[in-house]
Design a protein around this ligand. Structure first.
Ligand SMILES: [Zn+2]
Ligand SMILES: [Zn+2]
Length: 619
């Protein structure tokens, strides 16, 4: 006999929503629960009135007496004539003694109350209480199964937030120096000496190198939680034991992995990042068999902070040029000229949405997906409301005939069919969901319609878990983690942009992604306005960092009269080839300095300013 927990109550409400329990039956379960609660309250009130029993009870004395008697009987039996009968008698008495001692122990352990010795009278027998009404119990069972599927789909072997296992060693600093073409023997140099040598570099460069090495160590720590075989190839550059470090940084099992680190920019909200890797890595041509692992690090501008503490960062996942090529082909087939993704791959700019975790990150996903067809069949046979079932059940259902027989509305059917096509060809991933969201929104805009209905259908299909609010895509989409919410951000942004473009009565024949973060419209009149961009400029004050403001849009930001690029409202940047850019940026610096009381001065060297400029001829 028990009452409903709050969790069971939530599950029962879900069962009503899914049509697995009628409102009347639900009410019966609630009434049953209420009556059980009041019965339990009565019993507890009764117990509270019972006097507290002292520790030394009659039972304890009786047990002790039984032991004494048995001991005396053993004594007497020992004195009798030797023979088989004496042996039998003694064995019997010893068993009895053991039993008496056990009983005493039990009585003491239960605070003087012996359950076994408590007399039970017929009229004190526990009354038989009614169990939960059967439809409620069956519905609970169904929903618990659903929740357990969701849990297994979303289950991750480790989190996206990882840290280095220990502070940086002499060898790590020697490697950072080597990246800067300085050779130091880490065994012949103590920690203070090697750090002193390192501090000869300007602090901006120090932070870049330290952040890059920490990212490698963080990825090592991450992979070692998924598999035991992780080899640090990067450190082999110190003793030149092999040349593999020229091509990749880690070997995970038999897979080569190239670690790309990026530091968060000031205004990018994780969308734009300053890639921060040693120069030789920038020139590295990542082979098709090499996975690029993305790490997003905090922006730390004091190198001393790296010396004694472990650093942490967000692991974004992996990508490889072949994955992106496949995504490009899928989108071309699905959206045709309405979405041209020619600029999606740019090895100098890898946005966080391009990455996805390796399979080992989701250890239960594969087996769970295989079992979804059977689950869907059981739910539908049980009379569930099909339109309210979670989207993952349709997207991953292997039974095509079952799916076709279901009464889904047209919009949902379209989204489910597209996601199934993705799942069965290139796979559901953060990047495929991101591109798909972009595709359906832009397709609607090209047709002169608001993208909201399609985006809502997508959101409802991928949102997880069931217990979350439906108005938001949570951190898990169809079981995949999206810790920085890239898919949710693009869905919101496209809704705003789409509706503004329709208000302005702009007509489009298609759209073009000319760079992973730059979207242009192709208007029916032939013009190609930039709808969405990011700031590729630098900020010098209050600290030197990539600006990364995103998004810049044609609605909120001005066009530079000289180069026709969008002007960043945070740093004044437009394009590094534009003659108006530098003077405007200097005005911004002066403005910020005067607002801050003139306390900040840019102190880095001028070359750094050019260092990470992205080729922006595609604007
Ligand atoms: Zn300009
Ligand atoms: Zn800017």
């Amino acid at each position: 006999m028990s009452t409903l927990t709050s969790n069971q109550l939530t599950l029962l409400t879900l069962a009503v929503k899914f049509g697995l329990l009628s409102s009347e039956k639900y009410q019966e379960v609630i009434d049953w629960d209420r009556s059980e609660r009041s019965y339990l309250d009565d019993i507890n009130a009764e117990k509270a009135r019972e006097p507290v029993r002292p520790r030394q009870t009659v039972e304890v004395s009786a047990a002790k007496l039984a032991i004494q008697i048995t001991l005396r009987e053993i004594e007497l039996a020992s004195e009798s004539v030797d023979g088989p009968q004496k042996q039998r008698e003694l064995a019997k008495l010893n068993r009895q003694l053991d039993r008496c001692r056990r009983e005493l122990k039990e009585i003491v352990a239960t605070n003087g109350i012996s359950r076994s010795r408590k007399p039970t009278f017929l009229d004190e027998k526990k009354p038989v209480r009614p169990s939960m009404p059967e439809p409620g119990a069956a519905a609970l069972q169904f929903i618990s199964e659903l929740i357990s599927f969701e849990h297994d789909l979303c289950f991750v072997a480790t989190t996206s937030s990882q840290s280095t296992i220990e502070p940086l060693s002499n060898r790590d600093i020697a490697l950072c120096l080597r990246w800067n073409e300085v050779s130091v023997d880490p065994r012949a140099t103590n920690s203070d000496e090697i750090w002193a040598r390192f501090e000869e570099l300007n602090s901006y460069r120090q932070c870049q190198l330290l952040s890059a090495r920490c990212a490698e160590l963080i990825m090592q720590s991450y992979y070692s939680k998924l598999t035991s075989a992780v080899v640090d190839i990067s450190i082999q550059q110190l003793d030149e034991s092999s040349c593999d470090w020229k091509d990749y940084d880690l070997r995970v099992g038999d897979r080569p992995v190239d670690v790309k680190n990026a530091r968060k920019s000031l205004h990018g909200h994780g969308n734009f990042v300053e890639h921060c890797v040693p120069r030789f890595k920038e020139q590295r041509v990542t082979g098709e068999h090499v996975a690029i692992a993305g790490v997003l690090s905090e922006y730390i501008n004091d190198p001393a902070k790296y010396r004694f503490v472990r650093t942490s960062a967000t692991v974004l996942g992996e990508v490889n040029v072949v994955d992106v090529r496949l995504l490009y082909s899928w989108a071309k087939k699905r959206f045709g000229a309405k979405l041209d993704l020619k600029g999606i791959w740019n090895s100098g700019y890898l946005p966080g949405w391009l990455f996805e975790y390796p399979d080992a990150h989701y250890p239960r996903r594969g087996s769970t997906i295989k079992a979804i067809s059977a689950l869907a069949t059981r739910f539908i046979r049980a009379g569930a409301f099909v339109e309210r079932l979670p989207g993952w059940m349709f997207v991953f259902c292997g039974d095509e005939a079952l799916l076709e027989s279901l009464p889904l509305d047209d919009r949902k059917r379209k989204v489910v069919a597209d996601l199934r096509s993705l799942a069965n060809s290139i796979g559901i991933s953060r990047r495929s969901l991101y591109v798909y969201a972009m595709g359906i929104a832009l397709e609607a805009i090209a047709d002169g319609l608001s993208p909201d209905d399609d985006l809502d259908a997508l959101r409802q299909t991928i949102v997880m878990p069931l217990t979350s609010r439906e108005s938001e895509i949570q951190s898990s989409m169809l079981g995949l983690a999206d810790p920085l919410g890239y898919v949710e951000s693009i869905v919101k942004l496209l809704s705003v942009i789409g509706n503004r473009l329709l208000e302005m009565q702009m007509r489009f024949s298609g759209f073009r992604l000319t760079h992973p973060a730059i979207l242009k419209g192709i208007c029916t009149d032939g013009s190609t306005p930039t709808l969405l961009a990011y700031c590729g400029g630098w900020q010098a004050v209050p600290l030197k960092a990539k600006c990364g403001t995103m998004p810049l849009t044609i609605f909120d930001d001005e066009l530079c009269p000289s180069c026709a690029h969008l002007v960043c409202p945070n740093c004044g940047y437009c394009s590094h080839l534009c003659p108006e850019c530098k003077p405007r940026q200097l005005d911004f610096v002066q403005l910020v300095q005067s607002e801050n009381g003139g306390g900040h001065r840019y102190t880095g060297d001028a070359d750094d300013f050019q260092e990470d400029y992205l080729p922006d001829s595609t604007w």
